[in-house]
Design a protein around this ligand. Structure first.
Ligand code: GLA
Length: 734
């Protein structure tokens, strides 16, 4: 067996392109390796994915997975458990027989990219399988490029991003599911025989219900800190399908990619279809290890400005809903300034000339300021923000229109709608999706942002919303033959518009929102700074929602706002202390009308903002350790962030149930330096008496092995006691 490691490959091909004369390909990150067998003229085989292996061990490496574990199983010639790629050739032949042709090694954006080129043994069709390595984060991104060199069109019917065979054992799947206002619930299940499919068919948004990210615990029941665990995230904003097939072979076959349902894709001669990336990571530190890898990779590569602190903001939505007016906006700006905030965001309701946006029934598409509500326009608001020394942000929903809008009246051909059908409308009974497969619509969407930013360059922040599914499958732009491209081309078109926006406005902060958490995905996040985690702002339910979201997304991206009591979604009344403590565990903001806040609420919020500013870098850039899951129903939930130097940490503790004489678990911390000594200080304190451990020093070892006993209730005068209890503790090494 001939072996050449990648160092040789880099030397051979540092000039760019070449054929690697190697049968074994080993890709490394700092702690992991992935190995393939790439014999020229044969099928590409997967050999290994896991802990880093030495080059000297390659010689005797036997496949951890079954010998039939092809990297990119193709349809037609032999029976494979599940296919990753299938097509109908220009002559009607439905078979593929992809074989290794060449291996390339390149450096792209400072990262190693290894590409294995497969060619069909008869037809001039090729598939390039790419792996980009992120050594420090222990991540790989893999995607494929399928090229048609036939003389006529081919039709792709399967075009997965990747296939990963996972050796059977006691493998468990962890994934997220939910609904609007109840996003990202965690579910763990053992993989059993048959097929598990996780999918989305919404068209525009893809994370309200299921999520395109999963984890596989290879050593039995998932554990937060231990066990070999693989994490995978499909980086795509559209419909996806993740399949895990468990048959009688040695492996679970995990195949992930765009959901091909209703979406066969025609490729003209010379055209290449590029699939979205599947991000893969592996850790021996259980679910938590995988999450931390995702967070680090996201902050560095998959999120806009992942290294910049986020501002504390007030968003107008739950405070005033559509009731936007100059006086109200000015008063909100003053109030958030008084409480220590740094940014005010004017939500829905500010636009529409012919049709004023007073509710969700009209005006989307008419991104012109309504002077009846804002006589001095956006300029006036920017001036007001400046006076308060805060920044200003604004809401848009640029991919959509209302039938009742000047845009729709001028361009009915821009909406998605099939011929011969009465359309089905979205939100408010009149919303429709703009056809982003059409370059004119891509231009329009770009222009919405460009016009705002050209007219008002001081806008600091945009909240980009998406409140409707892709209904009425039918493009007025695509040809009859290519109608099945719509679900894919919508998202390719959206990316094109976003590419232009980001090229011109690299510094702008943009929040990704979609009726709450409908668009938490790594396909779109590279263009955005953060996302609105859920329209549900109830602090108790947010603990669960944010817990699930944190499996794959870093806290810096998770917009988390203090809202009114009773809560507008659950009608639960939660004291301000608990509400602030939950919001402080993500990117802190406020989502209520300050005018309606009690004095106590204002004071507590002001304090929370000040305290948050003192821990902001730890929360936004630190490593997350989930300590006690709310899903385990132990009566408490707890999590913490630790900075890179392990000098500072913040611990959050929330009581999730109030039963008398219930013994709650002690909190054992994680991720600290055992040798260091940490002083414990309580933040956002309301108690009349300090905690017994306030200001005391403990070793990292003690805090991690014995932990601290957090009192069940707050120490408060009788008339202030409630059944709610929460704590934020800061640990400082000294
Ligand atoms: C969506 C968002 C909300 C708000 C409204 C405005 O529902 O999730 O935060 O912006 O739209 O209409």
């Amino acid at each position: 067996m001939k072996i050449k490691n990648l160092i040789t490959a880099v030397i051979l091909f540092s000039s760019g392109f070449g054929i690697l004369n190697a049968e074994i390909i080993k890709l490394d990150t700092d702690k992991t390796s992935m190995v393939f067998k790439a014999d020229k003229g044969k099928k590409l085989k997967h050999l290994y994915y896991g802990d880093k292996i030495q080059d000297s061990d390659l010689k005797n490496l036997t496949s951890a997975v079954g010998s039939g574990a092809t990297v990119y199983p193709d349809y037609g010639m032999i029976t494979v458990p599940e296919t990753a790629v299938a097509m109908i050739h220009s002559d009607g032949n439905m078979t593929l027989d992809l074989r290794v042709e060449a291996v390339e090694k390149k450096i792209v954006d400072g990262k190693d990219v290894t590409s294995i080129i497969l060619k069909d043994s008869y037809y001039p069709v090729s598939v390039k399988i790419n792996y980009k390595s992120f050594p420090e984060q222990d991540m790989f991104e893999t995607w494929t490029e399928i090229t048609n060199n036939e003389n006529d069109n081919i039709k792709l019917t399967r075009f997965a991003s990747a296939h990963l065979p996972i050796r059977k054992g006691n493998v468990w799947l962890s994934h997220l599911h939910g609904a609007w206002g109840n996003e990202t619930k965690v579910e763990h299940e053992p993989l059993q025989h048959g097929m598990k499919i996780i999918k989305n068919r919404n068209g525009t948004r893809n994370s309200h219900l299921a999520h395109s990210e999963v984890m596989f615990s290879l050593d039995g029941k998932p554990d937060e800190n231990n066990g070999r665990t693989i994490g995978a995230a499909l980086c795509w904003g559209g419909n996806y399908r993740l399949k895990i097939d468990t048959d009688e072979t040695k492996n679970h076959s995990f195949i992930a990619g765009i959901n091909e349902d209703d979406s066969p894709y025609n490729l003209k001669p010379g055209e290449t279809f590029v699939t979205p990336e599947l991000a893969l990571t592996y850790s021996t530190e259980g679910l938590g290890g995988v999450s931390r890898n995702f967070h680090k990779w996201a902050r560095k590569y998959k999120l806009m400005h992942g290294d910049k602190e986020r501002k504390v903001l007030l968003n107008s939505w739950e405070g005033v809903y559509f009731d936007i007016n100059e006086k109200g906006m000015a008063s909100m700006m003053k109030d958030i300034t008084d409480m220590g905030g740094e940014l005010f965001v004017m939500d829905d309701g500010w636009f529409g000339v012919k049709y004023p946006r007073n509710n969700d029934k009209s005006s989307l598409g008419d991104w012109m300021v309504d002077k009846r509500k804002l006589p001095h326009g956006i300029k006036g608001l920017l001036k007001e923000a400046d006076k308060n020394k805060i920044k200003f942000g604004i809401w848009i929903e640029p991919e959509f229109t209302n039938v009742k809008s000047e845009l729709f009246e001028a361009h009915p051909e821009y909406v998605i709608k099939p011929e011969n059908r009465t359309p089905v409308y979205g939100r408010g009974g009149g919303q429709m999706v703009l056809d982003l497969s059409n370059p004119a619509v891509q231009d329009l969407v770009y222009t919405v942002v460009d016009t705002l930013m050209t007219n008002y360059p001081d806008i600091d922040y945009i909240k980009w919303d998406a409140n409707m599914d892709l209904t009425n499958h039918g493009s007025q732009y695509l040809s009859a033959d290519n109608q099945s491209h719509l679900l894919t081309d919508y998202h390719k078109g959206l990316r094109k518009a976003l590419d232009r926006i980001r090229a011109k406005y690299p510094d702008l902060t943009i929040q990704l929102c979609s009726g709450g958490g409908g668009r938490a995905n790594y396909g779109l996040l590279p263009y955005f700074d953060e996302f609105w985690v859920s329209d549900n702002t109830d602090a108790l339910q947010r603990i669960f929602i944010q817990w699930g979201t944190s499996y794959f997304y870093p806290s810096i991206a998770m917009a988390s706002h203090i809202s009114a009591a009773p809560n507008h979604q659950t009608f639960r009344t939660i004291p301000i202390k608990f509400r602030t403590d939950v919001a402080m565990s993500g990117r802190l903001g406020i989502e209520m009308q300050p005018v309606h806040m009690t004095l106590d609420e204002r004071e507590q919020t002001r304090k929370a903002i000040a305290d948050y500013k003192s821990i902001r870098p730890i929360v936004q850039f630190g490593d997350l350790y989930r300590l006690i899951s709310p899903y385990d129903e132990k009566g408490v939930a707890s999590l913490m962030y630790v900075d890179e130097a392990k000098e500072n940490a913040v611990v959050y503790w929330y009581k999730t149930k109030a039963f008398r004489n219930e013994i709650l678990p002690r909190i054992k911390f994680s991720g600290l330096d055992p040798e260091k000594r940490y002083t414990v200080t309580e933040l956002n304190r309301i108690d009349t008496k300090p905690l017994s451990f306030e200001g005391k020093k403990y070793s990292g070892t003690y805090l991690m092995s014995s932990g601290l006993e957090i009192p069940v209730n707050h120490e408060l005068p009788k008339d202030k006691r409630t059944d709610w209890s929460s704590r934020v503790l800061k640990l400082t090494a000294n």
